[in-house]
Design a protein around this ligand. Structure first.
Ligand SMILES: Cc1ncc(COP(=O)(O)O)c(C=O)c1O
Length: 358
């Protein structure tokens, strides 16, 4: 079986975890602070605030920007549920705009029609390791005075026109085990705004600037030193892993060209795709899924049901018509691209996909 992801936990991570266990300081402490400082440096941002998950990072970031009851936030329906649920947690309403057919991300041309007097923010989701079309999105945000919260949970290290994730405002990352780097569970918020960083730190820790003093309603969304120790080790390797993901993607695309009904992923001109997922479009997706699984290829479908069509959202009365998102959910298929793949495994994946056309 060639798994769709294979988390890389090496001797450095094991040693770092042991050191924390032996230190007696297990919960949020010096390792979290060190991880935050190193992550801010790596993303060229001023502040980084670690959280217990990517979902918590998004939730805290929206609250730190003052998003709440009565507000609307525009995002994509073609994402993991957390990209929209984070808006619900604040009391605001997620509003979905359709996606670009080529890259599966928010289509800037579809956003303006969704803006109302209640719109406060846009959450572009940088899906599969590639960034949303940030220039036109940033133009709209400036025109209507909207906050941008980048959902970078799948795009550690990606770039758009030479700029890194996080250059447009507040960005949120996930370190779930399948991601380009992991802390097992964990998340991070980056920002250049000291007030947003301060507010995020308060919200993450029960609104508490110091022990047993509570200024606002907050949560326990803290990261532990154990997780941060793993994160520090992973951060030292993620650039190398991203390079390997990119090389694997080049190999896959070269091998998968000209197969009828199979369309390899496109890379947006001027952008650097870090291939969290290698997602092809396949006309007979479900048949391909079954055949590839049968051959031992760990395939995934991200995402089979767009968020607006989830039972939860239907119950809330959502009746969006988002034809590009709906079509994508029927045709996407992700193949293994992780950095631990051998040449033999890459060849096996290519042969298996080529055999679909036989
Ligand atoms: C696009 C996107 N947003 C948000 C999240 C939530 O991150 P987490 O699973 O760390 O809560 C994920 C990860 O699963 C994701 O892929």
């Amino acid at each position: 079986m060639i798994n769709i992801s294979r988390p890389q936990i090496g001797e450095e991570e094991k040693a770092a975890v042991l050191k924390v266990l032996e230190s007696g300081q297990l919960a949020q402490g010096p390792r979290v602070q060190e991880f935050e400082e190193k992550f801010a440096q790596w993303t060229d941002t001023k502040y980084a605030v670690a959280t217990s998950s990517g979902t918590a990072a998004l939730h805290v970031a929206l609250l730190a920007h003052g998003i709440g009851l009565g507000d609307e936030v525009i995002t994509t329906s073609f994402s993991f549920i957390a990209s929209a649920n984070c808006v619900l947690y604040t009391g605001a309403r997620p509003v979905f705009a359709d996606i670009e057919p080529d890259y599966f991300m928010l289509d800037p041309r579809k956003i303006e029609a969704k803006i109302t007097s209640k719109t406060k923010a846009i959450i572009p989701v940088h899906l599969f390791g590639q960034m949303s079309d940030m220039d036109p999105i940033a133009e709209l945000a400036a025109k209507y005075n909207l906050t941008i919260v980048e959902d970078a949970c799948q795009s550690h290290g990606a770039r758009y026109n030479g700029k890194k994730v996080g250059a447009w405002g507040t960005a949120c990352y996930s370190f779930y085990p399948t991601k380009n780097m992991t802390t097992i569970e964990g998340g991070m918020i980056t920002t250049n705004d000291p007030k947003i960083a301060e507010q995020a730190r308060l919200i993450r820790n029960h609104g508490s600037p110091k022990r047993y003093l509570h200024e606002i309603v907050g949560f326990n969304f803290r990261m532990t030193d154990l997780q941060a120790a793993i994160g520090i080790s992973q951060l030292a390797k993620v650039d190398r892993w991203n390079e390997q993901r990119k090389k694997n993607a080049v190999t896959l695309t070269a091998g998968l060209n000209n197969i009828p009904g199979v369309h390899p992923p496109l890379v947006r001109p001027g952008s650097e795709h870090v291939f969290h997922q290698y997602t092809v479009r396949v006309t007979q997706r479900d048949a391909a899924l079954e055949k590839l699984s049968h051959k031992g290829i760990g395939v995934g479908v991200y995402y089979p049901i767009p968020i607006h069509a989830q039972p939860l959202y239907k119950k809330m009365g959502y009746q969006d018509h988002l034809p590009v998102s709906d079509a994508a959910s029927l045709e996407v298929l992700s193949l293994p691209v992780h950095p631990a793949l051998s040449q033999y495994e890459l060849d096996t994946i290519i042969d298996a996909v080529r055999s679909l056309a036989e």
